[in-house]
Write a new protein. Structure first.
Lengths: 194, 194, 194, 194
DNA sequence: AATGAATGAGGGTTCATTCAT
DNA sequence: AATGAATGAACCCTCATTCAT
């Protein structure tokens, strides 16, 4: 599955990611994915075992890419607050584009018919991501910037969740929160009073 | 078995709410809803025009009931903080049971094929709910308890969203937040520093 | 089945005849028949065994009434040509109202699931009707008015068919044939040249 | 099995035409059509949008083929009477095979849910057919062979209808009319007395 | 490797019929 | 006798998947 045409595979990934973002798993048709990817319907099956496999691989693909970029930001040697602000910019953009995809998949995951291997790998990837984020917040706690009444993992989780406040805001026709709004919200809640 | 039966309808509502909570719209089968409701498949169609109609009516049913109870709490003449605490208890329970149903439906709503009337009614109900909550927070702002750097509507929206932090917590195997945790989180963020 | 309320039964007959005239057997719903008859859906089943039984009884009912009237015309002691003209008036009216019902039923008859008794009775009624008509034409032949190159039964059959020329005329947007047109057509074809 | 296959489509047409001839639209099952055509149920839907679409296309297919053959006969340069006789042979055969199909569809047409385009095309085809036939009879009128007390269009319509006299004949157990009988019937009615 | 015609299991929906009242 | 709520068999249609080319 690695030697096949990388380009074809990526166009399938793109097409699938777009469609799975827009609509429900069952509302996305394989034919549509194929058409938007510019390939034949059968071609998808030379790269992926099934629609569910495609969804899963598509998720992993996106999450891993996200983690790579996220990791790059973390490894710049800036101070905590500057890095945090960078992360906000990065996450804000990422969620704007991918939040629906991620949510949809996570809602579906528990019932996806996947191999043991795939499930384990999925868990691993997600937990690796959470670990990365929570390590960063731990640093904030250690430096006395972040309150320590919640664990770093809990903070990391809430941090992720914040970025879809805007989904509800737009549902109710309220103006969306800017990155700055998000950042202010976070510091108000999790920063030690200065 | 002669008069269109409130009991039958309620058992369909219950069964549907349970199943729509558990799984995706397209994974819930009418046959399953019927079976769990203890009625025949055709019976559902004497009460609801279609599966989509059932989902929608089911949502409205739950939300309206929720709003009635919510409203009851608001109209007790306790002081702001006590009432807020009551609301936290109430919302926490409600979301524990219904959060998945509500989220699923809201994610689906934009693509549901509903009559103009239904769509309008849906909007109305949701906005009525938000208005109710935001009025309450406005009172908090007016009384100088809540910060006024966000509008009461924005606060009301974030307030709702808080209650599904636990979905992610449980996904990552973290211990869930208790009502108290939620309450503390809220006051930390939205209460004026004392 | 004879002692029950005659009025209810007739209103069912009327409703059914109207609907079976307008649309295909399978497009007519029992609910619609009941509603138009002003009775409950279950009531129909106290008078008729099934939808097919209703269709059949409805046909017999109409045909027998038609034959009674037809027979009355035949038994006036007018001369052949005068009687024929009377019959044209009568048939023209009858077909205008009932032709679609009759045709639909005759097309369906061969596949109707009826008891042996019903089938035989149906045959009997139809043949009685044909006999009545062909006897009349036989008289025309005997009196030397009608050509004798076709049997009276053949003429009787074509005679019936003539009255739905208008169905095609109206399909093609041509002006329909009047009774006079029909009569002229008939005499041109079947009368001995004078 | 790669190119959308003319053969597959024709076998569906044949199967559908046979079944729609035999029974009512609602009594013909898609599964049955598929089975008789030797294809899978889903295959039909790669060629036709719906059962109604299939019925309609099936009608058009048959009528157009009929018109092509009809047209071929008309364009042989024989004299009027000879051509008329040829047409009788041709129509007699065609109606023997297809009359039930044609009638069933025409009875259904007004209530078929078709696109504006399909409806218009259907009208066009039928009227083209009538025009072709009536032009021919007009020639007969012009040559003084056919009476001119009816329009050529009226004659063309009645001409078509004649060919299902045999349906009633067989219903009543009378011997069917031969082509010669039909021809004689026609000349008696529509030819100027010689 | 790539394709898309063919497939058929599966599901939403309809409606004739039943039966408790 | 009359009713209409309840039923479930039956049917149209969709779409993930296969496979011959």
């Amino acid at each position: 599955m690695q030697k096949k045409n990388e380009q074809t595979m990526n166009s399938i990934f793109d097409s699938a990611a777009n469609l799975f973002s827009e609509k429900d798993f069952h509302e996305v048709k394989m034919e549509e994915i194929a058409k938007n990817a510019g390939v034949g319907k059968g071609t998808i099956y030379t790269y992926f075992k099934s629609k569910e496999d495609l969804l899963f691989k598509c998720l992993i693909h996106n999450v891993e890419e996200h983690q790579k970029n996220f990791s790059a930001i973390l490894s710049t040697n800036k101070d905590f607050k500057t890095t945090l602000r960078d992360i906000f910019d990065f996450m804000y953009d990422f969620f704007k584009k991918k939040s629906r995809l991620i949510h949809r998949i996570m809602a579906l995951m528990p019932r996806l018919k996947l191999s043991e291997t795939d499930i384990n790998y999925g868990h691993e990837v997600f937990h690796k991501g959470l670990d990365m984020t929570s390590s960063f917040f731990q640093r904030g706690i250690d430096e006395g910037i972040i309150i320590n009444i919640m664990t770093s993992r809990q903070i990391a989780i809430i941090f992720q969740k914040m970025f879809d406040f805007n989904v509800l805001f737009s549902f109710y026709g309220e103006p969306e929160m800017s990155v700055d709004d998000c950042y202010r919200f976070f510091t108000k809640t999790f920063f030690r009073q200065e």
